[in-house]
Design a protein around this ligand. Structure first.
Ligand SMILES: Cc1ncc(COP(=O)(O)O)c(C=O)c1O
Length: 393
């Protein structure tokens, strides 16, 4: 029996931090997980009565199977109105089972095996796996911690080769919390235009901004072609709904060509649950109050985490669910010590391709105990471990 090389090599050995985690769990030690960022685990769930009604209505509408390869039109219209300020046509929206699958579609649409996709470094490791599955190679452009994790546009342009097929933008960024401003985006768009490259803009944290009124969007620039990716997973705390989308904008001819190929790719699998598709419009319209309180909850979590870290030097997140903390000590030792001694799970920065030494953690947790967990982090690694303001990482 033969398994492909890909299948044989996907997993890899378990990391020492997770071996320690598994041992502590087996011993019955309680663990504070500051890694997953799953709001559902902390009581943030889409209102149940509304969801029940929405889903039972949607099930009725989906009873007779009449698929649309772009996704059901009412859902695409609802997504298009979410981007009202951009004037996106529902014809240029494609429903997907989530952002991860949207990435996969984009990579398949834009690149041959061996071609390159230019991604930010650091980043959430999701793309590595998707790129492996697609047979494309990831290359990286730098985010500069000393400039609040801003995109290093010069470095980015230097990474473009004859094999580069797309630039990935993640804003709000996971795990640094960077939100690219309009000037950065217009610089990025200019580079994309000069090299005739599309931008894949991951906006899954678009609703969670701190001190910023509205998200600057790549789709609002003059870039030749932009795929804006988002979905209900983070936006409405509905990861299990498996409802996401991409909005395709830019030069008319390019958008048209992209949409017709995407329609074929999507038609091959028709992967989005029809009940979920018929629920999209109402999840948007009936979820606004919930979204408001959910945003306030996330902001309160962030504030409490920052209160626990007061006096430490790090780039405060402007969006998303994560904090990246520069430390003096070895990040692997610090993560292991926090887990072993204090039962707090955080990640060493190298999981996200960050230069040593950093710890990465989410502030999504029970708000009541957040300040104290972050004080513990500060205390535990504070003895020569945390950077002082003004100290260079
Ligand atoms: C930056 C980023 N993009 C995409 C995803 C995956 O999104 P989805 O659940 O819609 O597949 C995540 C998940 O945490 C993420 O952090």
């Amino acid at each position: 029996m033969n398994f492909s090389e890909l299948a044989r090599n996907l997993g890899g050995p378990k990391n020492p931090l997770y071996l320690l985690h598994d041992r502590l769990k087996a011993e019955g030690r309680p663990i504070v997980d500051l890694v997953r960022g799953n709001v559902n685990e902390h009581g943030i769930v889409y209102p149940r009565a509304a969801l029940d009604e929405i889903l039972s209505g949607a099930a009725e509408e989906a009873r007779i199977y009449r698929p649309d390869s772009l996704g059901q039109e009412p859902a695409r219209r609802a997504v298009a109105s979410y981007y009202a300020s951009l004037g996106v046509s529902p014809q240029h929206i494609l429903l997907t089972p989530g952002t991860s699958v949207s990435y996969w579609y984009c990579f398949k649409l834009l690149a041959e095996a061996g071609d390159e996709i230019l991604c930010p470094r650091p980043a959430y490791p999701l793309f590595d796996y998707i790129a492996t599955l697609c047979g494309v190679r990831l290359t990286h452009y730098r985010l500069l911690e000393a400039r609040g994790w801003a995109i290093d546009l010069d470095h980015l342009e230097h990474q473009i080769t004859t094999k580069t097929r797309a630039i990935v933008l993640i804003s709000p960024h996971n795990p640094t919390g960077m939100v690219a401003d309009a000037a950065q985006l217009s610089g990025l768009a200019e580079i994309a235009g000069r090299h005739n490259l599309p931008i894949i803009s991951d906006e899954v944290f678009s609703e969670f901004l701190f001190g910023i009124d509205s998200l600057p969007r790549a789709a609002a620039t003059a870039a030749p072609l932009v795929f804006t990716l988002n979905g209900f997973s983070k936006m409405f705390a509905l990861p299990g709904m498996k409802a996401g989308w991409m909005a395709v904008t830019g030069d008319d001819a390019l958008v048209k060509q992209a949409m017709s190929a995407l329609e074929l790719i999507s038609d091959t699998f028709l992967p989005v649950n029809e009940i979920a598709q018929f629920a999209v419009e109402k999840i948007f319209s009936r979820g606004q109050e919930f979204l408001k309180s959910y945003r306030e909850w996330v902001t309160a979590c962030r504030d409490r985490a920052l209160a626990g870290l007061s006096g430490a030097a790090f780039v405060e997140p402007r969006g998303g669910f994560y904090i990246t903390l520069p430390i003096v000590d070895s990040e692997e030792n610090a993560a292991a010590a926090l887990l072993e001694k204090n039962g707090i799970l955080v990640h060493p920065g190298y999981f996200y391709d960050i230069d040593p030494d950093h710890l990465v953690m989410t502030f999504i947790h029970d708000p009541e105990s957040l300040t104290s967990h972050f004080e513990t982090i500060k205390k535990t690694i504070g003895h020569g471990g945390l950077l002082e303001p003004g100290e260079k990482p």
